[in-house]
Design a protein around this ligand. Structure first.
Ligand SMILES: [Zn+2]
Length: 68
């Protein structure tokens, strides 16, 4: 699952964790400490919201438009 920082647009991906902060792969936002989550701006989890990966922008059509 991915979470988006509304302050600086940093994306935390629980499938990758955050090696720089000793956050292991598979750690969900709920399991993180309540503050200082964002490595860029330092806000807590209250400033993160969950990305709906199923609703991501379809890439196929866009790539076709960009092709010469
Ligand atoms: Zn941030």
């Amino acid at each position: 699952m991915k979470y988006h920082c509304e302050i600086c647009s940093y994306i935390y991906d629980s499938n990758k964790g955050d090696p720089g902060k000793d956050i292991t792969v598979g750690t969900n936002l709920d399991d993180l400490p309540s503050s200082g989550i964002c490595p860029l701006c330092g806000v807590g989890k209250e400033n993160f919201y969950q990305l709906n990966e199923n609703a991501s922008v379809p890439s196929g059509d866009l790539e076709e438009d960009l092709a010469p």
